[in-house]
Design a protein around this ligand. Structure first.
Ligand SMILES: Nc1ncnc2c1ncn2[C@@H]1O[C@H](COP(=O)(O)OP(=O)(O)OP(=O)(O)O)[C@@H](O)[C@H]1O
Length: 273
């Protein structure tokens, strides 16, 4: 059984307002996608193709115009439009900008306290759990009382990962979660996410526009094409791929650009037309 399933989902946004006619912008059309427990699924696509929209539907932040979003075999929202607390805790997210996702006024402990508070009693127990979470993401527990915004970008993103882990989720949406990091930190954080998945059996929906990040990280891969996620069996192989995937491949620059063909020098005695 799928952990997360989107079945023939259509969604978009109302546009216009006071001085412009109200219209509907369609973003997802008959979109379907499944993630099994413990699976890492990449969702690729160019900017504006609807990846984050699909992610927000998976988190239950928005409800689709049509179709179903199901978690663990049951509708994500009940008939009154609410999400069960246990499901809410089971689906967490890490976004691109760790500074925007944390308050500059909070210490690392306070950032972690909110998701931990629901499950733990007493200050000492909370501190112990926060310490364990920092260790899990490779951060020194001595940072616990430091203001979160005094951390480096890579450290702060690790703290956001720790916060997402706090409610023991079964699915984590990684929405461009490593894209703002430098290449070396990207590799370290991807390694950490891979290790956490192995240890905790978490499933990931890995949203990115960077095809290079998918290799060796995701089990399966979808690309957004005309409002639908299309599964691509081998994004790096020689077979045919959807045009959106071909464009993402073409966007990857060679690591070391090859030598350019030399121009033929004009002959000294060339006859000009
Ligand atoms: N709240 C909103 N109101 C109106 N339009 C929106 C809203 N959110 C997204 N859109 C529009 O929906 C389309 C898809 O946006 P979305 O953010 O899902 O794409 P994306 O593939 O995640 O892009 P990016 O890689 O740039 O984040 C875009 O045209 C965007 O302008």
């Amino acid at each position: 059984m799928s952990l997360l399933e989107l079945r023939a989902v259509s969604h978009g946004y109302r546009q216009g307002g006071l001085f412009a006619p109200r219209t509907a912008k369609s973003v997802l059309r008959d979109a379907s996608l499944q993630i099994a427990p413990g699976e890492c699924v990449a969702l690729l696509g160019p900017t504006g193709s609807g990846k984050s929209t699909l992610g927000r539907l998976a988190l239950g932040l928005e409800r689709p115009w049509a179709g179903d979003v199901r978690f663990d075999g049951a509708p994500l929202h009940d008939r009154r439009g609410r999400i069960a607390p246990v499901t809410r805790r089971a689906i967490q997210a890490v976004f691109q900008d760790p500074h925007g996702a944390t308050s500059p006024r909070l210490t690392c402990l306070e950032v972690l306290a909110e998701p931990l508070r629901a499950g733990s009693t007493g200050k000492a127990a909370l501190r112990d759990q926060a310490t364990a979470l920092l260790r899990d993401v490779g951060l020194d527990p001595a940072l616990l009382d430091r203001l979160a915004h005094r951390l480096s970008g890579g450290q702060l993103q690790r703290l956001c990962i720790a916060r997402a882990l706090a409610p023991a989720p079964r699915l984590v949406l990684l929405d461009e979660a490593v894209n703002s990091l430098d290449l070396e930190t990207q590799a370290l954080v991807l390694g950490l996410l891979r290790e956490l998945r192995r240890r905790r059996g978490i499933a990931y929906l890995f949203v990115t526009h960077d095809l290079r990040l998918v290799k060796g990280f995701a089990d399966r891969c979808y690309v957004m094409q005309d409002g639908q996620p299309i599964e691509v069996a081998d994004p790096f192989g020689p077979g045919l791929v959807p045009p959106a995937m071909a464009a993402l491949r073409a966007a990857i620059l060679p690591a070391l650009p090859g030598p350019r063909p030399l121009r033929q020098p004009a002959a000294a005695n060339a006859v000009l037309p």
